[in-house]
Design a binder for this molecule. Structure first.
Ligand code: EPZ
Length: 417
């Protein structure tokens, strides 16, 4: 069944391991396509977005095998007669295949990835960046074809620090003729992971972790064994669950160094957090304080993916909080569901949510409409009095290996229906 049942209102106690990062592994899997060799990716999370990406890679000629959380990708036999662009169907992360396919084979026809409830998700910046590298792109009503004989290194300055566009330019640039300088690049940890994977495979990339990347194209790439870091947003999800419901938890393998902004917000609300090499130790204080103004920003600011996840926590904090969403244009869909649970939230100026803290939330039936909003409803269920039933949980499975298993490890009464 596509539902999760939670009996909330009790503090969390226990420890759980944090899975590998969805947003790091997807571009790394696409990058494996550039390497005419065998790559082994460890700590690969078992989530539906990875499953779909592996199917796409198989559809274009890669041999893929998986043993537990280790995925082996043999891309030695991908060639333009084994893959037809039509295999690549619309899935958000498939847009990351664009740069890799151009780098490997020089042509791809794919459907527009399509928007989702959090925003239009256009690809205009992907197209303009790749055109600057010599790619000819023919756009049609429902799909587009990108073709290039030889990618050319060039200077590209992004109008905004898009994660996906940064990834596509990197993937194309490692195979381009000459040097590509990418300015105003995204600095998210997932970009660093992609660059480290490609550097291990023989690519020459300077400025990793900064906003200007210099990629020398044409260096031969060889197979690598690579471990995906833990998922900072999944770790942040369980951090917020403990903050909201109270208690004392330990998140093994949590990538603390990538979580400064969310740890700072949690301490502002009322948590004592200890960082160690092994993970994150969180003690939630009884009283939760509001955050007068919290703004989502590109890394290292407070992540947009954490915005829905902190909302239920602030809904029961003492005082008034304002969250400003600056990255996506429609990322407050969860507000109506939280109001049904008793939250007092109003949207103002389209990009701001004003939250007046109430004593507690009340369990009821709610519906997930996208990945992080769905996970946020599970957090709300952990905090609420009584039972909460979250429907449409397939959205949550896109990014969480097993949110019920992880929260059961933390003492929550939760099960799939
Ligand atoms: C990545 O999406 C993540 N997805 C998102 O995580 C994350 O929220 C986002 O980065 C921001 O951090 C993956 O990594 C698979 P963007 P992406 O391009 O690359 C606009 C999750 O929950 N834009 O940085 O699509 C865009 O509309 C997901 O795991 C254009 O206008 O995000 C948005 O407003 C949700 N034109 C802004 O840029 C373009 O051509 C930032 O988007 C591309 C983007």
């Amino acid at each position: 069944m596509d539902t999760i049942h939670i009996r909330g209102g009790n503090a969390l106690f226990g420890e759980t391991r944090v899975q590998g990062s969805k947003n790091a592994v997807l571009p790394v899997l696409a990058a494996a396509l550039l390497i005419e060799d065998v790559c082994v990716i460890d700590n690969c999370p078992r989530i539906s977005d990875v499953h779909h990406m592996l199917m796409l890679l198989e559809g274009i000629g890669c041999r893929v095998s998986r043993k537990n959380r280790s995925v082996t990708i043999d891309a030695r036999n991908v060639s333009d007669d084994t893959m037809s662009g039509e295999n690549v169907t619309g899935m958000r992360s498939s847009i990351t295949l664009l740069g890799a396919m151009l780098g490997r084979v020089g042509e791809i026809t794919m459907a527009y990835p399509g928007g989702c409830v959090i925003g239009e998700r256009p690809i205009d910046l992907h197209i303009s960046a790749l055109r600057r590298m010599g790619v000819d792109i023919c756009e049609r009503e429902s799909n587009f074809t990108a073709k290039v004989r030889k990618l050319e290194g060039t200077v590209i300055r992004l109008p905004l620090s898009s994660v996906g566009v940064t990834e596509n330019v990197i993937l194309a640039a490692v195979k381009a003729k000459g040097v590509t300088v990418l300015q105003n690049a995204a600095k998210e940890p997932e970009i660093v992971t992609l660059c480290e994977f490609l550097r291990d495979a023989g690519a020459v990339i300077e400025g990793i972790g900064g906003s200007t990347l210099i990629i020398q194209g044409g260096h031969p790439l060889h197979g690598v064994s690579f471990r995906i870091p833990a998922d900072r947003i999944v770790a942040g999800t369980y951090l917020m669950a403990a903050l909201g419901a109270g208690g004392h938890i330990f998140l093994e393998d949590a990538p603390s160094a990538q979580m400064h902004s969310m740890i700072k917000a949690a301490e502002q609300i009322g948590a004592d957090i200890t960082v160690s090499r092994e993970g994150l130790n969180i003690m939630a204080q009884e009283k939760k304080r509001a955050i007068p103004y919290l703004r989502t920003e590109i890394y290292p600011g407070f992540p947009t993916d954490m915005q829905s996840l902190i909302m239920p926590v602030l809904a029961t904090a003492e005082g008034v909080s304002v969250i400003e969403e600056t990255v996506f244009e429609n990322r407050f869909r969860i507000v109506e569901e939280l109001k049904r649970m008793g939250a007092c939230i109003e949207i103002q100026k389209k990009s701001q949510a004003l939250i007046v803290g109430t004593d507690s939330l009340l369990g009821c039936e709610v519906s997930a409409q996208e990945l992080r909003g769905g996970a946020a409803l599970v957090i709300a269920g952990c905090m609420a009095q009584g039972e909460t039933v979250v429907k449409n949980c397939h959205f949550i499975e896109r990014g969480y290996e097993d949110i019920c298993r992880d929260l059961q490890n933390l003492g929550v009464t939760i099960y799939t229906g």
